[in-house]
Design a protein around this ligand. Structure first.
Ligand code: NA7
Length: 852
């Protein structure tokens, strides 16, 4: 007789539930494991349609927790077919005697949290109520087929099949007229098999999909060899990789090579027959539309090379979504199927289905009879299986209600208001964007360790904090925002189910980075969770990821280079180092014209570079001062940013090479700044600019020069400025602001580097001069309209914020942008860090605004 009061209830006996069961036994918890089907296998139990295969190689799509399995189980193919994967699940279940502890054909109808007893009450389809401390949903991401959203489905009297609920005895389509609706993975995998049998097959396609051949055969030799040589390293690499399969991240931009070279690289990945390798060919195909087009065109070329009828080939070629933004597929003979005379493709965009009828389908202006209709129309993915159960947490609030506008989770594992509820591969975790085996094992390990930690430390409940959950939502959104995934109507975005909120459901920041976040949470004493037992509470509230994801990747990359700290160099070495680093960056957008010249500074000539918009002039002007701590940089060193500002704001940018310290210390830069402004103003017309529309701009030390120049123009008789644009400006030589300490390390501009800059530029006494520290000016009144951008993880953040506040108090019109998750340099990194683009747009808008 099963216990009705246990430590843990696990729902689902797919690969997640099976492994969790094994671990719970090991750690001595009492448990119940409930499964709706009559066998193990989850997804691979339900999806028995012909041709169903995993598109991750068998070298990677298998458990790692039982090393004996690697000897005891031999896969027959590279991409295992469903029957073999199901046999594998059954083999593991038998080997570990899991069957004896799984209750089959039991569904969970509802679950309620009892705040008094601190326990869940689980109601099952057998009428039982089970009380448990912990409730784990191991219900899978693609387990609830989408409700048919086509008129008349109930009318059809022929045979109806749904790929995700395929009959166990199989289906014989011999001699039948068959319709297949849907061309996602399930459609693409099953269509060739159905075509082999059917007398006539009509495929109804709403959206063509990208697909590559699976090249079935033995497992990839190079992976087999690596596994044999050093399995532990291979598995570790998988766990910290982008997708859960060891793979070197590409460092090549699709836009940095010719189309011929790009296609050769893609062909090599294609021949490997690995879906993830193809998507990993270029570093930017997920974040840059143009880079993605290169891959998409390669894939379309492949379709054209197979499908004989050019019109059909064109219909089978995706144009409306980028490669990878909808789940790409792997097939065996899919496109070839459309060369067969008894197979027809119907484009639903040209001939929509009007209704399913008793005998067939009415579409466009045709009516066609069928013996069978196959719905390959997909799933209510990621959340379907979770919200379809009536789960009521604290105060009776259901998860369905809480998630009305999109799932809210902390780490994709837990949710506020639902203590002791865990989701394996839930929304907000890498899940479907990863090799599921790796993600499943990680979540099971995390849950097991957490349960043990709670037991060992006498905690009854664990629940994320609202701050942590909201922070995770923001981080997930930040990750999605830098990609082009949101452009597609995919099930990743919930777009396939009418009424579902449109948000990115899985976490797209990568398996390894996600794993590190989970590890960090634990290492910091369950950061963002409250653990409690009666009056005893432990809560280290906070956020696990705040730096913008692309900035974080750059910081991680830089940390692997072990670069010397600049402040340990001489100025000459630092200058050479800075120039060498800049040489590798993308050049930035095209502008109308770039010319170099010299202008008159305070003490001799200064070089300048002029960026002219492509539109007819004359243009408003911004005199721009580069960054580099007054010690290095030049009129060309902020080239990509200057191009970007010029192109986006339609402003003529004159970037000035003011004199540098220590050779020319304070006040040389300030005096040059003002002299340059006067010269440009005087020569504006000759440069193609409008003298009455002139502003100053600058970044970092250049922001300091710009701010000081604006004060000097105010105090010394003009010119009258239309505005000042200050990006992360240095405003206060005291360096006493908290951000110098808080952000003093790791974020490229460090506290000690900033000290080194000041030491070269100005003596402690000179720093009190407003021409070194514009924040210290006696008055900030009458300064021009200001756009000031500060970055959250910049040591200079607080002095920038203080300057913005002081300007406002002095009555200056100020637009102050506090760039969340950014560092001192990130907004200048044009075409490298997509997260900086919105702020550059704001800066360009502000420049435009100065002149209107
Ligand atoms: P998918 O990938 O969601 O594919 C479903 C297909 O069905 C897709 O082509 C849809 O077109 C189409 N569809 C859905 N609803 C309709 C209606 N109402 N009319 C016409 N066509 C429709 O599901 P799969 O089962 O193929 O694959 C799911 C995952 O399993 C797969 O990604 C792998 O991870 C494994 P749409 O693209 O929405 O226009």
């Amino acid at each position: 007789m099963a216990q009705s009061d246990v430590d843990v209830v696990v729902v689902g006996a797919g690969f997640a539930g099976m492994y969790l069961l094994h671990e719970l036994r090991k750690t001595g918890f009492s448990y119940r494991v409930l499964e709706a089907g009559d066998d193990v296998g989850g997804t691979w139990y339900w999806n028995r349609y012909p041709g169903a295969r995993c598109d991750v190689s068998t070298t990677d799509y298998q458990y790692t927790w039982d090393p004996e399995l690697h000897e005891q189980w031999q896969w027959s193919e590279k991409h295992a077919a469903q029957p073999e994967i199901l046999r594998y699940a059954q083999f593991v279940a038998k080997k570990h005697d899991l069957y004896s502890d799984i209750e089959f054909k039991v569904r969970v109808n509802g679950a309620q949290w009892n705040e008094k007893t601190k326990r869940w009450s689980i109601h099952t389809s057998t009428g039982e109520k089970i009380s448990c401390q912990h409730y784990v949903m191991a219900t899978g991401c693609l387990s609830v087929p989408k409700e048919p959203d086509i008129a008349g489905t109930e009318k059809f009297t022929g045979n109806v099949y749904v790929t995700g609920r395929w009959p166990h005895e199989g289906v014989d389509f011999t001699g039948k007229r068959v319709a297949v609706i849907g061309t996602g993975s399930s459609g693409i995998q099953s269509i060739p098999h159905i075509a082999d049998q059917a007398k006539e097959l009509v495929v109804f396609q709403r959206t063509p999909n990208f697909s590559m051949p699976a090249f079935n055969g033995p497992a990839p030799q190079y992976r087999v060899e690596r596994l044999k040589a050093d399995r532990a390293t291979y598995e570790r690499e998988a766990r910290y990789s982008g997708t859960g399969v060891p793979m070197e991240d590409s460092t090549v931009s699709a836009l940095s090579v010719t189309q011929e070279e790009a296609f050769a690289m893609l062909e090599a990945a294609w021949q490997k027959g690995e879906l993830l390798s193809l998507g990993n060919t270029f570093m930017d195909s997920a974040i840059n539309r143009k880079a993605n087009d290169v891959v998409a065109e390669f894939m379309r070329m492949k379709v054209r090379s197979v499908v004989k009828d050019p019109e059909v080939a064109e219909l089978l070629s995706p144009y409306k979504h980028g490669y990878g933004t909808k789940r790409p597929c792997m097939d065996t003979g899919y496109f070839e199927t459309f060369n067969k005379p008894h197979v027809r493709l119907v484009d639903l965009n040209a001939q929509p289905i009007r209704s399913i009828t008793e005998t067939g389908i009415d579409f466009g202006n045709e009516s066609k009879d069928f013996d069978a209709i196959v719905y390959a129309t997909g799933f209510d993915a990621m959340t379907g299986a979770i919200v379809n159960v009536d789960i009521a947490g604290k105060d009776g609030v259901t998860l369905k209600d809480k998630w009305e506008n999109g799932p809210l989770t902390y780490l994709g594992l837990t949710s506020v208001g639902f203590p002791n509820l865990y989701m394996i591969t839930g929304p907000g975790s890498p899940s479907v964007l990863s090799n599921m085996m790796v993600s499943i094992e990680q979540h099971v390990d995390w849950i097991r360790d957490t349960l043990v930690h709670m037991r060992d430390n006498g905690f009854e409940t664990i629940e994320p904090t609202p701050l942590a959950e909201e922070g995770w939502r923001v981080h997930c959104t930040d990750c999605a925002d830098i990609t082009i995934f949101q452009e597609a109507n995919s099930w990743y975005m919930g777009a396939n189910v009418p009424g579902k909120p449109r948000v990115m459901f899985p976490y797209i920041g990568g398996v390894g980075r996600y794993r590190m976040a989970c590890e960090e949470v634990v290492a910091k004493g369950y950061l963002g969770f409250e653990l409690a037992s009666g009056a005893k509470k432990q809560c280290n509230d906070g956020l696990v990821r705040e730096v913008q994801p692309d900035v974080d990747m750059v910081l991680d990359f830089i940390s692997t280079l072990n670069l010397p700290a600049m402040e340990t160099m001489s100025p000459a070495e630092a200058r050479a180092f800075s120039e060498a680093s800049s040489a590798m960056r993308p050049s930035g957008p095209e502008v109308g014209e770039i010319t170099d010249g010299v202008l008159q500074g305070a003490d001799g000539n200064l070089e300048y570079r002029l960026y002219r918009p492509a539109t007819p002039g004359p243009h408003p002007i911004a005199v721009y001062f580069h960054g580099g701590g007054w010690v290095f940089g030049s009129h060309t060193s902020d080239d990509p940013l200057c191009r970007d500002l010029c192109a986006q704001s339609n402003t003529l940018i004159v970037s000035v090479n003011y004199r540098h310290a220590p050779e020319a210390p304070f006040p040389a830069a300030a005096e040059d700044g003002f002299a340059a402004l006067k010269w440009v103003h005087k020569n504006a017309a000759a440069l193609g600019g409008i003298p009455e529309k002139i502003a100053v701009a600058g970044w970092s030390a250049g922001g300091n020069v710009a701010a000081v120049t604006a004060q000097m123009a105010r105090d010394k008789g003009g010119p009258q400025l239309s505005g000042q644009l200050l990006l992360c400006p240095v405003t206060d030589g005291s360096q006493q602001h908290a951000s110098h300490r808080e952000n003093g390390e790791r974020f490229i501009l460090t506290k000690s580097l900033m000290e080194w800059f000041w030491d070269h530029y100005a003596t402690p006494e000179q720093r009190k001069n407003p021409q070194a520290s514009p924040l210290l000016a006696a008055s900030l009144a009458e300064l021009p309209p200001t756009m000031l951008v500060t970055c959250q993880f910049d040591p200079l953040r607080d002095e920038g914020n203080a300057y913005a506040r002081a300007l406002m108090q002095a009555g200056v019109e100020v637009e102050h942008v506090e760039a969340r998750g950014h560092i001192h340099t990130s907004i200048t990194m044009v075409d490298m860090l997509p997260s900086g683009a919105p702020h550059r747009r704001e800066m360009a808008q502000a420049l435009k605004g100065f002149f209107n």
